[in-house]
Design a protein around this ligand. Structure first.
Ligand SMILES: Nc1nc2c(ncn2[C@@H]2O[C@H](COP(=O)(O)OP(=O)(O)OP(=O)(O)O)[C@@H](O)[C@H]2O)c(=O)[nH]1
Ligand SMILES: [Mg+2]
Length: 384
C-alpha cells in the first residue's frame, strides 16, 4: 500500500473523541462565612438549572443553614458531551475559632480526595479512576467591612496552595456600583498584600478571535466576582427570571448589569473548566504527590540501616509537619507499611533460598565424602 503518512495525525482527534466519550468530572467547593448566600448561589448557579429535566423537590427560597459538608453530584449531557458535576457545599463559619475548625475540615476534605486519587493512580484499576479532586473553591467575601478581615485572610491562606481559589463577593446587591468598584480594588490589593494565591487565568492565545479575547478580558476584569443569588423565579411583564424583590425594585441575578453571576458561570463551565482541571492536576495535586514521594523516599533511606534510630527520626519529622499535612502522613505511613511488608517477604524468600542452597551444597559434600570412602573419585563418578 502506498502511504505518504503514518497516520498519527489523527491522534489528537482520537484522544479528543475518547475523552468526550468518557466525559469530564468537575468538582466545585464553596467556602466562607455563614449566611453569605453560598448555598443559594450554588442552587442558582447550577443545581436548580442542571436538574431542570429531572424530577426534584422544589427549591425553597429560604434554605436552611448548612451544618455539615454536603456533596451533591449531577450527571449532565450537553450536545453529546458528558459532565459529572459535584458541588461541595460547606458550613459557613461565625467567628475566628469556628473558621479555623471549618477550614481544617475543608483542607482535610481536599487532602482526602488527593489521597484517594493517589492510591487509585498507583493501584490496579488506573484506567477507571473517578476524579473527585476539588477543582475550584469559591471563597465568599462579605460585602460589608472595608476589605478582607483577618479571618478571611487566614481561611484563604489555609486553602490557597491546595485548590484553585476564586474569590467572590457575596450578597453584592447590597453595594452600589461605586462602592462595589472600590471594594473590588481594595480586595485585590489586599489579596496581593497577604500573598494569597488566587486562581490565575491563563494568558489568552493571540490567535484567538477578537470576540473571545474581549470575553476573556471581561472575565479577568470581573475578579473578584460580585454575585447575588436567588432561588426564586419572578415574572414581570410576561418575562420569567431569577431574582430578588426589594421595596425599591427587583434584582435580576442573571443580568450582567446587576451581578457577575453569568460571568462566573461561563468562566466555570464554558471557558475555564479544562484549565481549572489542568491546574488542579499539574500544580495542586502534583505538590501533594511529590510531597508524598519525597517523604516516602526519605523515610526509606533512613529506615534500612538503623531501624530504631530512623523511627525516632521519622516521628520527629511528623511532629515538624504542619497540620494540613495529616492526610499526607496517613498515606505515607500506609505506603511505608506496604513496603515494609514486601521487604519482610523478600528477606524471607532470600532466607529460604539460602537454606536451600546450603542444603544442596551440604548434600554434595556428603556425597563426596561417601565417594571418597568408597575410593571413587569424581571422574569415575561421571563415567559411571
Ligand atoms: N441580599 C441577598 N441575600 C441573599 C443572597 N443570597 C442569599 N441570600 C439570603 O441570605 C440568607 C442565607 O443564605 P444561604 O444561601 O443559606 O447562606 P449560606 O452562605 O449557605 O449560609 P450557611 O449555610 O450558614 O453557611 C438567606 O435568607 C438567603 O435568602 C444575595 O445574593 N443577596
Ligand atoms: Mg449554606
Amino acid at each position: 500500500m502506498d502511504r505518504e503518512y503514518i497516520g498519527f495525525a489523527s491522534l489528537p482527534d482520537q484522544i479528543h473523541r475518547k475523552t468526550i466519550k468518557k466525559g469530564f468530572e468537575f468538582t466545585l467547593m464553596v467556602a466562607g462565612e455563614s449566611g453569605l448566600g453560598k448555598s443559594t448561589l450554588v442552587n442558582t448557579l447550577f443545581l436548580a438549572d442542571l436538574y431542570q429535566d429531572r424530577v426534584i423537590p422544589p427549591v425553597e427560597e429560604r434554605l436552611t443553614k448548612t451544618t455539615a459538608i454536603q456533596v451533591r453530584t449531577a450527571d449532565i449531557e450537553e450536545m453529546g458531551i458528558k459532565l459529572r458535576l459535584t458541588i461541595v457545599d460547606t458550613p459557613g463559619f461565625g467567628d475566628a475559632l469556628n473558621s479555623e475548625e471549618t477550614c481544617q475540615a475543608l483542607s482535610d476534605y481536599i487532602d482526602v480526595q488527593f489521597k484517594k486519587y493517589f492510591q487509585d493512580e498507583s493501584g490496579l484499576h488506573r484506567k477507571s479512576i473517578v476524579d473527585n479532586r476539588v477543582h475550584c473553591c469559591l471563597y465568599f467575601i462579605p460585602p460589608y467591612g472595608r476589605g478582607l478581615r483577618m479571618l478571611d485572610v487566614a481561611a484563604m491562606r489555609k486553602l490557597h496552595k491546595k485548590v484553585n481559589l476564586v474569590p467572590v463577593i457575596g450578597k453584592a446587591d447590597s453595594l452600589t456600583t461605586a462602592e462595589l468598584s472600590r471594594f473590588k480594588s481594595q480586595v485585590l490589593q489586599e489579596l496581593k498584600q497577604y500573598e494569597i494565591q488566587i486562581y490565575q487565568f491563563p494568558e489568552c492565545d493571540p490567535d484567538e478571535d477578537e470576540a473571545f479575547k474581549k470575553q476573556d478580558k471581561e472575565l479577568k476584569d470581573a475578579v473578584p466576582f460580585a454575585v447575588s443569588g436567588s432561588c426564586q423565579i419572578l415574572e414581570v411583564n410576561g418575562r420569567r427570571f431569577r431574582g430578588r424583590i426589594y421595596p425599591w425594585g427587583v434584582v435580576e441575578v442573571e443580568s450582567p448589569l446587576h451581578s457577575d453571576l453569568q460571568k462566573l458561570r461561563s468562566m466555570l463551565i464554558e471557558t475555564h473548566l479544562a484549565d481549572l482541571r489542568d491546574q488542579t492536576h499539574e500544580i495542586h495535586y502534583e505538590a501533594f504527590r511529590s510531597a508524598c514521594i519525597t517523604r516516602l523516599t526519605h523515610n526509606l533511606t533512613i529506615q534500612q540501616p538503623h531501624r530504631e534510630r530512623s523511627k525516632l527520626k521519622r516521628d520527629s519529622m511528623l511532629v515538624e509537619l504542619p497540620d494540613d499535612d495529616n492526610a499526607a502522613d496517613l498515606i505515607l505511613l500506609q505506603k511505608e507499611d506496604e513496603i515494609r511488608k514486601m521487604q519482610d517477604l523478600l528477606s524471607k524468600m532470600q532466607h529460604q533460598l539460602q537454606v536451600q542452597q546450603r542444603s544442596r551444597s551440604l548434600g554434595e559434600a556428603q556425597l563426596k565424602h561417601e565417594f571418597s570412602l568408597m575410593n571413587i573419585d569424581k571422574s569415575q563418578e561421571v563415567r559411571l
